[in-house]
Write a protein that binds this ligand. Sequence first.
Ligand code: PGA
Length: 250
Amino acid sequence: MRTKIVVGNWKMNNTIAESLELATGIAEAVGKGIHCCEVGIAPSFPALHEVGKVIEWSDISLAAQNCHYENDGAFTGEVSARMLAALGCSFVILGHSERRQLFGETSAIVNRKVKKALEEGLRVILCVGETLHEREIGVTESVITGQVVEGLDGVSDISNLVIAYEPVWAIGTGMTATSAQAEEVHASIRATVAGIYSPAVADHLRIQYGGSVKPSNAVELFSMPNIDGGLIGGASLNVGDFMAIVKAAC
Ligand code: PGA
């Protein structure tokens, strides 16, 4: 039985003060002793440290939205996995479609980041997803399989990894994949992982869905057999909506 996981991806939103207010609200609502679902929040880099302090007492995990694939060095503007681990992050989101599309991250770069983050003891949320054009021309499965295979290249142990399937056309657009569309891709990701590792490893892997998840569609999405929670953007910026989605996972 896989424990569902719901993570709020705050993206480039909220000052430190605003982040603290939101994090405090979520920590009070989640509290301690929640066993039905794992909960995480991913504030911006500047807010990570302070947010980490206000959620420390609760069951919420701290997540970062990106990291570099080297530990130190001349990489102006970058943040390393080692730094994130040292400040108390549990998770890092890697390969988000906004990183791939707007910042030129290839699957090869994402793969280097995945390996470094795991090596530094972080848990990884590896994002994959097809564009609308790719869905329309019928290459969704091959695109997703390619991103999974390349993202996991040379990674021998995925027990600290979660995959997030996020169709690019559903992110921030209000268009959600139907539960059947999402389930089809999740099942295919699990089959790919079974082929690379083993059916038992694939059975343990959690695969989140992301892309316009809201309180109104979360229950149906999360009831699908291969959907193990969600990576939530817009709706994670509001305590009530985020908590309704967490409850849906429970
Ligand atoms: P959204 O974003 O929920 O606003 O669509 C999801 C994501 O990009 O992780």
